[in-house]
Design a protein around this ligand. Structure first.
Ligand code: DLZ
Length: 209
């Protein structure tokens, strides 16, 4: 294989990725927002290209990369808790409906409600994407944060069983980060890694035996 045949980056998935039934969380930092924002946009575009409905992409921001794992875990857990509550509410609603039906049979009118517009999917998130950019400075700060954040994001995925994509660039300088966000200053703008993260989230959300 010559070096020109070498495929750098991720090869396309072996099966089709239909994200139309998925609900995805994106948590991103406000640190380095000039680079983070295009990455978020790239992830969003990839999600939508795979069919994820716009109303099912929830985006939240946090100050810096260090906050990403805690925020992602909290929001994923909240969505899991809400769907547990939802199940018990559905049971309550069914009981109420049964009561109303019985009343209507006895002559009482029952009114129904319809809602228009795009409605967010009920239930927990199917995957999460944590997006941030860490740029090495002259102290050990970068090493500590990068280590904590990478382990933290891995833990979110394992502890919640919701696939959590590591979308954090750990770069030696701003130039490196810009090229990886597709906004390089040279002729070659680079590649927006956010698009890979969006695709990875769909693939992992759909993973099954
Ligand atoms: C403090 C800090 C520094 C120096 N650098 C970055 C960075 O390059 N990228 C980033 O996302 N966040 C940085 N932060 C902020 C920390 O991640 C965190 O927000 C603060 O330490 C507060 O917990």
């Amino acid at each position: 294989m010559s070096s020109s045949d070498f495929h750098k980056g991720v090869k396309e998935a072996s099966r089709g990725l239909d994200g139309s039934g998925l609900k995805i969380l994106i948590v991103h930092t406000r640190w380095n927002s000039e680079i983070v924002d295009p990455l978020v946009k790239g992830a969003q575009q990839a999600l939508e290209a795979h069919g994820v409905q716009r109303q099912n992409i929830v985006i939240r921001d946090v100050p810096g990369a260090y906050e990403l794992p805690g925020a992602a875990q909290r929001l994923v857990r909240q969505s899991q808790q809400q769907s547990t509550n939802l199940v018990s509410n559905v049971v309550d609603d069914l009981m109420t409906a049964a009561g109303e039906l019985s009343a209507s049979v006895r002559g009482t009118a029952v009114t129904g409600e319809s809602s228009g517009g795009a409605v967010m999917k009920q239930g927990p998130f199917d995957a999460a994407i944590c997006i941030g950019v860490l740029i090495k400075g002259s102290t050990m700060h970068f090493e500590y944060i990068a280590d904590a954040v990478s382990h933290g994001i891995m833990r979110v995925g394992l502890d919640t069983a919701v696939p959590t994509v590591f979308g954090v660039l750990t770069c030696l300088n701003e130039e490196q980060a810009m090229v990886r966000a597709g906004i390089g200053r040279g002729d070659d703008k680079g590649h927006n890694h956010g698009t890979d993260w969006g695709t990875a989230a769909v693939e992992m959300a759909l993973l099954e035996l």
